[in-house]
Design a protein around this ligand. Structure first.
Ligand SMILES: Cc1cc2nc3c(=O)[nH]c(=O)nc-3n(C[C@H](O)[C@H](O)[C@H](O)COP(=O)(O)O)c2cc1C
Length: 210
């Protein structure tokens, strides 16, 4: 494979396109679509969002020190895009999209009822990086759609049809290609899991001495 070399840029894709809710009262509730987000620590569960200072949401998040990350789905993709191209300064995005704000348990910002996963966050640090400020935050609670939990208590996020954002476009997730650790699973265990499909990785697991 020969590669073309570009100057530094943002090229870590795909990423989430999450709808972040903020604001402390129904009059100030807002939704901003954010791609620069992710997990930064497992215990305590910590996350971040990077927001440009000029966004209407910036001051709402900075002043309250709180926000909610709402994961998005194929059904919500149009609303997700809308919340990323219109400002809460000009339009009430809850009213326009028909999304429903519901009370969170720890923060004043609302959850989006239609989102399969809503993550309540409290800001612990604001780091000025340049174009964006990074709001580092602790996860206070995670709310999941009970319809995605089966009778054995297993959570099936894939059933919500999550979307991702990759270099300017939204995509569904497509087929499952494997499960965590499948590349080193013993054959017997592997049968119950989905094997990798188009992988060029030569599986020598069974030859590895334990
Ligand atoms: C897919 C997508 C991802 C985005 N990611 C970010 C981001 O990570 N940080 C940011 O500041 N703006 C991001 N934006 C832009 C804001 O969502 C957009 O400017 C929005 O209109 C700001 O809303 P507000 O003024 O109501 O806060 C993104 C937009 C889209 C469509």
């Amino acid at each position: 494979m020969s590669k073309v070399t570009w100057k530094p840029g943002t090229m870590v894709y795909p990423v989430p396109a999450a709808m972040i809710t903020c604001g402390s009262t129904p009059e100030t509730y807002n939704i901003i679509t954010i791609a620069w987000t992710g997990t930064v620590n497992t215990s305590p569960a910590m996350t971040y969002i990077s927001v440009r200072k000029e966004r209407h949401s910036y001051d709402l998040i900075k002043d309250s020190g709180e926000f909610v990350i709402n994961l998005t789905t194929e059904e919500l993709v149009k609303a997700t895009d809308f919340c990323g191209v219109r400002s809460g300064r000009d339009v009430n995005k809850f009213e326009y999209t028909g999304l429903t704000p519901i009370d969170a348990t720890h923060v004043k910002a609302p959850l989006i009822k239609e989102s399969p996963v809503s993550i309540e966050c409290r800001v612990t640090e604001i780091k000025e990086l340049g174009s964006h400020d990074m709001f580092l935050a602790e996860v206070l609670a995670v709310h999941v759609d009970e319809k995605l939990i089966d009778e054995n208590g297993k959570f099936h996020l894939d059933k919500s049809n999550p979307i991702c954002y990759s270099h300017g476009a939204y995509f569904g997730l497509g087929d499952q290609l494997g499960t965590f650790g499948y590349s080193v699973m013993k054959k017997k265990t592997k049968k119950t899991s989905i094997e990798g499909k188009k992988s060029s990785f030569k599986d020598t697991t069974d030859q590895v001495k334990k």
